[in-house]
Design a protein around this ligand. Structure first.
Ligand SMILES: [Mn+2]
Length: 349
């Protein structure tokens, strides 16, 4: 039996941004559902963060997800099993009043779990575990360490890629999961794999952080638990480098976010003509970034040690003279920092 594994969908992403919805719809319409039909797949497992906003639902977004996802599940008599992600809950320490429980579970074929549940599919036991929070932490960690066949969750795991170039710091280690045959996780939006753990990644891009990676969905074969990656060919975050010219295929930038980074611009007129051409293709958002090569990290590294904001927070707390538990303070500060980042444009997970 083949099962489609679909990462965090984040319906309503970035304040129900219409450009993101356009590309979400393109993915489902042109990539996902045609594949499902061609291979006669009847089961989807979705890794949480079905909705993007923890506290609000936009009426348009409600109609949108119904039209491009739920209606298709029902029309094909399929079942989508899912778990509650950190974006699906309005509270911090509990999964109570989660959005899929209120907005999806009454729909035929939509089954979202807010408690760890074992599911038998074609002789394989899938353990679907929702987001870990204070209310379920202890019990969940016990289940994780005990192991089993296939675990599906929405985890923070130490050392995994949050997005290209940023490793997660978390209490759970990959070794905590060693007693499972296979682990599938949502939460971090970049696809990465380590040992038996597969962060499946989001099906489409949502922020500039996703511009470097690949996006798509997976097909698991229950006979041998093998996973096949189906790439989503659509990208809508484009970085174009201008070095007195560029080979970039700008025919793909319509309705996209574009950053044009200037490395060398000897002839202003040629550059202006190129900008006209870019605008002719109707990007949604065009930012032109002048490069100041002499100030880059390689050249100033000796004078200024560049560090990530999260490292800076850690260092600052290390330097504070206090008897309080510094690790606990760091964790709290990083949580606040991440929360703040999520309310900004550059939502990471
Ligand atoms: Mn997510």
């Amino acid at each position: 039996m083949k099962i489609a594994i679909l990462g965090d969908t984040h319906f309503g992403s970035r304040n129900s941004n219409s450009i993101i919805q356009l590309w979400q719809e393109k993915f489902f319409k042109d990539v996902f559902w045609p594949y499902i039909d061609e291979h006669n797949i009847k089961t989807v497992i979705q890794t949480g963060d079905y909705f993007d906003n923890r506290k609000w639902i936009n009426i348009q977004t409600m109609a949108f997800q119904k039209k491009i996802f739920v209606d298709h599940i029902q029309k094909r008599d399929m079942t989508c099993y899912g778990i509650i992600g950190n974006h699906d809950i309005p509270l911090r320490y509990s999964l109570e009043n989660n959005s899929p429980g209120q907005l999806l579970n009454h729909e035929k074929g939509m089954v979202y779990y807010d408690k760890t549940t074992n599911l038998e599919l074609d002789g394989v036991t899938f353990t679907l575990m929702p987001w870990l929070c204070k209310d379920n932490q202890e019990e969940s960690v016990d289940i994780i360490r005990n192991g089993g066949e296939v675990l599906v969750g929405h985890y923070e795991i130490d050392g995994m890629d949050m997005h290209p170039g940023a490793k997660a710091r978390a209490e759970l280690k990959p070794a905590d999961f060693k007693n499972w045959k296979y682990v599938i996780s949502g939460h971090y939006h970049t696809h990465s794999e380590k040992a038996n753990i597969n962060y499946v990644g989001t099906p489409y891009q949502m922020t500039w952080n996703d511009a470097k990676g690949k996006n798509g969905f997976w097909i698991m074969d229950t006979t041998d638990l093998s996973m096949e990656y189906i790439v989503n060919p659509y990208t809508f975050f484009h970085r174009i480098y201008w070095e007195d010219g560029t080979d970039y295929d700008i025919s793909t930038i319509t309705n996209s976010y574009v950053k044009l980074i200037i490395k060398k611009k000897s002839d202003f007129e040629i550059f202006e003509k190129f900008i006209d051409k870019v605008n002719h293709h109707d990007p949604f958002d065009l930012k032109i970034i002048e490069s100041f090569e002499e100030y880059n990290e390689d050249n100033v590294g000796d004078m200024i040690k560049m560090v990530a904001t999260t490292d800076l927070i850690g260092q600052y707390i290390d330097d504070v003279a206090t008897d309080n538990n510094k690790e606990a303070i760091k964790k709290l500060m990083l949580e606040i920092y991440e929360d703040a980042m999520r309310t900004e444009e550059f939502d990471t997970v």
